[in-house]
Design a protein around this ligand. Structure first.
Ligand code: GSH
Length: 227
């Protein structure tokens, strides 16, 4: 493992984007390695869990965006902090982060897999730099993989109207909270904003209809610009 900081990623993964944003927030230079197309077969070998993001840093290999966030604050305490020092604020931040990673994520997957244009865009991004035939191979694989995830979790078995109504309720809550100080917790950016913003940014990136729905809320639109 070299001395440089390396983010092993899928460009369209909201968790990888979350790590990229936290590294920028901390002012840490890094390189990325993308596992596009058939290179995705190498992802299970990067760590025991077999998911990306994986970060190589200071001779360590870290997997899981939340573990990476905690490590960055521990290893670089003099840089801006991702987690507030106040214990109550920290608890709220951690709850938002976990909510984004463990619930909001499945809406992002749902919008990606249920909208043919969003799926095409996701396939295009995830096969960039790879031969054209890999893009053709990837589409059914990505679709089946994502559909399986949301079916197992449950969102994929809900009625479309119910999923969309729940998502709008979540957006309304975020919009309301942002009305306090422009951030989810306290009066400055934390990992809560980065985690929630990274999930929503992926919906905006590939889903035309729900991207517009997110950006129709003025506080969210302004806040996401700063994520
Ligand atoms: N809790 C993990 C979630 C990471 C995750 O689910 N990554 C997905 C890509 S978005 C993945 O690598 N999936 C491959 C698999 O599950 O085999 C984190 O925060 O890093």
């Amino acid at each position: 493992m070299s001395n440089s900081v390396v983010l092993h990623q899928w460009e369209i993964s909201p968790f990888c984007q979350k790590v990229a944003r936290m590294l920028k927030f901390k002012g840490i230079e890094y390189e990325t390695i993308n596992y596009n197309g058939v290179l995705g077969a190498k992802v299970p070998k990067l760590s025991k869990v077999g998911k990306v993001p994986v970060l190589d840093i200071n001779g360590l290999r870290l997997q899981d965006s939340t573990r990476i966030a905690r490590y960055l604050d521990e290893a670089f305490p003099d840089r801006p902090l991702l987690y507030p020092t106040d214990p109550i604020q920290k608890a709220y931040v951690e709850l938002w982060e976990d909510w984004a990673d463990e619930l909001l994520y499945f809406y992002e997957v749902y919008f990606r897999v249920s909208d043919p244009d969003a799926l095409d865009e996701a396939v295009r991004i995830s096969s960039e730099g790879r031969p054209a035939y890999e893009r053709v191979m990837m589409k059914p694989l990505l679709k089946a993989g994502l559909q399986h995830q949301i079916n197992m979790q449950g969102t994929g078995r809900m009625a479309k109207a119910d999923i969309e109504a729940e998502f709008r309720r979540h957006l309304d809550r975020i919009e309301l909270v942002l009305g306090q100080a422009g951030w989810l917790v306290g009066d400055s950016k934390t990992i809560a904003d980065i985690a929630v913003g990274s999930q929503l940014a992926e919906v905006i990136r590939t889903s035309r209809v729900f991207g517009a729905e997110i950006l129709s809320r003025p506080r969210i639109a302004q806040w996401i610009e700063q994520i």
